[in-house]
Design a protein around this ligand. Structure first.
Ligand code: SF4
Ligand code: SF4
Length: 448
């Protein structure tokens, strides 16, 4: 079935009617002031708290050493790990010699090169340092700190974030439970300090850092659709490098206004949990953030600050209901690590999951083992998601809007999406001759 046949069959028209009929009742303001130009599309609803419940008796700060990336041997077994790594190396050579598309020298070189900026930072290191000597503070300029009201400050932050490469931006009061309890074998603590600092035993976040700015960065769907190859891996690593530039630039901007800023990518705490609180998206079946604008093809990062900011609300765009019937990511996952359950639950799959909240928890060691097996990581679950669309054409907007408002049609939309062939794997060979936009992404998207 072609897209135009779908529109002709009358459903697109019905969607339009549904869309326009509901538009007047939508709350699409991104900030309490309702003046922000960085809001979501009209069909995204603001809600007082995230849809997936948190058990306050259980949910607490996560020990980063339980993360599967740092403890793969522990979860998978040292011998298994060694065997997998060796097999991965052997396969890498074999694929080179076969000149297999997506695994040739140029493909691998691209993926490695795309990491280059990301490798400049780490928890309180390099581009992610918690303080900076190179910033010109208001004091050095002989003026007072920035004094705008929280709404004005939020607008400044959102404009600056977009300028440094954010696709979407949300602001929330920081829930300290989203911050890791320890990392790099040091405690992460909150203290009544003037500036963040690190000593031999601990990393100190000042108590006054009560705001978190959540940021999404687009990844190239043209790259991710080539998963699992080095070309798709380059899409991921470019996302991380752009996050690095974004949080470094935004943190420096905030310091230049006279306030504390702690930049972070995957370190320090859960960007996903902060992103959900700040209204960037909802938690999907992949146990990752899905945004209404870009679906799952985003990387998430954050900056903590003491600059008083107007906050945003969590959002509901119908994803929870959609995920209950969709399951495309779980079906496509080669390692079988994603849940097929109809409903999210509190039951974690292992210590790599932080318990105490509803989610579709994933079996992460299986995922990571597949990354080794493929020799180039994996992101198959991203482009198959029906919310991952790189073009913002009218039909996609109508379908998203209708799905957000009428969950009974979710199964129909999912079936149509599959019938149109969206999310199908593309040849890595052809990627090199695409007429790519800057960074491989369309930066005109996500205007809300
Ligand atoms: S990255 Fe690959 S292996 Fe991991 S959950 Fe997604 S599809 Fe499965
Ligand atoms: S593929 Fe389907 S089930 Fe998976 S996250 Fe996307 S909408 Fe949810």
């Amino acid at each position: 079935m072609k897209r135009r046949d779908f529109i002709k069959c009358g459903f697109g028209g019905a969607g339009l009617a549904v869309g326009s009929g509901l538009a007047s009742g939508a709350d699409n303001s991104a900030s309490p002031s309702g003046k922000s130009v960085y809001g979501h599309p009209w069909w995204v609803k603001m809600i007082p708290r995230p849809k997936l419940a948190v058990d306050d008796h259980v949910y607490s700060r996560f020990k980063a050493s339980n993360n599967v990336f740092g403890s793969f041997s522990r979860y998978y077994g040292m011998e298994n790990r060694k065997k997998l790594m060796q097999e991965s190396r052997d396969k890498t050579i074999k694929y080179y010699l076969e000149k297999r598309p997506g695994y040739r020298l140029e493909d691998r070189a691209l993926a490695d090169a795309a990491w280059v900026i990301s490798r400049l930072g780490g928890l309180n290191r390099g581009t992610r340092a918690w303080t900076s000597k190179s910033v010109r503070t208001p004091e050095q300029r002989g003026v007072e700190n920035y004094k705008g009201n929280p709404e004005e400050a939020a607008q400044l932050i959102k404009a600056a974030a977009r300028y440094f490469g954010a696709a979407t931006v949300g602001i929330t009061m920081l829930d300290r439970r989203h911050i890791n309890s320890q990392e790099r074998e040091k405690e992460i603590v909150f203290e009544p300090a003037g500036e963040p600092y690190e000593d031999e035993e601990k990393l100190v976040i000042p108590d006054k850092c009560t705001y978190a700015i959540a940021l999404s960065v687009q990844m190239s769907l043209d790259n991710l659709q080539c998963s699992p190859t080095a070309i798709s891996s380059a899409g991921s690593s470019m996302g991380y490098s752009r996050c690095e530039f974004l949080v470094a630039g935004l943190a420096q901007f905030i310091r230049g206004l006279g306030y504390v800023a702690i930049p972070s990518v995957n370190d320090l705490g859960s960007s996903v949990a902060i992103g959900v609180d700040a209204g960037l998206g909802e938690l999907g079946r992949t146990n990752r953030l899905i945004t209404p604008e870009f679906g799952p093809y985003v990387r998430i990062c954050k900056v903590l600050t003491d600059l008083p900011l107007a906050t945003d609300k969590p959002i509901d765009f119908g994803l929870l209901e959609f995920c209950k019937v969709c399951k495309r990511c779980a079906e496509a996952c080669p390692s079988n690590c994603l849940s097929f359950d109809d409903y999210p639950s509190f039951q974690v799959k292992g210590e790599w999951n932080n318990p105490g909240h509803l989610a579709w928890f994933e079996d992460s060691p299986k995922c990571l083992a597949y990354w080794q097996e493929s020799t180039s990581g994996c992101s198959i679950c991203i482009p198959v998601c029906p919310w991952a669309k790189k073009d913002k054409t009218m039909i996609h907007e109508i379908v998203k809007a209708t799905s957000a408002k009428i969950p009974a049609l979710d199964m129909f939309f999912n079936t149509m999406d599959e019938a149109f062939g969206y999310g199908r794997q593309k040849s890595a060979d052809k990627w090199w001759s695409l007429n790519l936009p800057e960074y491989g992404i369309d930066t005109t998207q996500g205007k809300g």
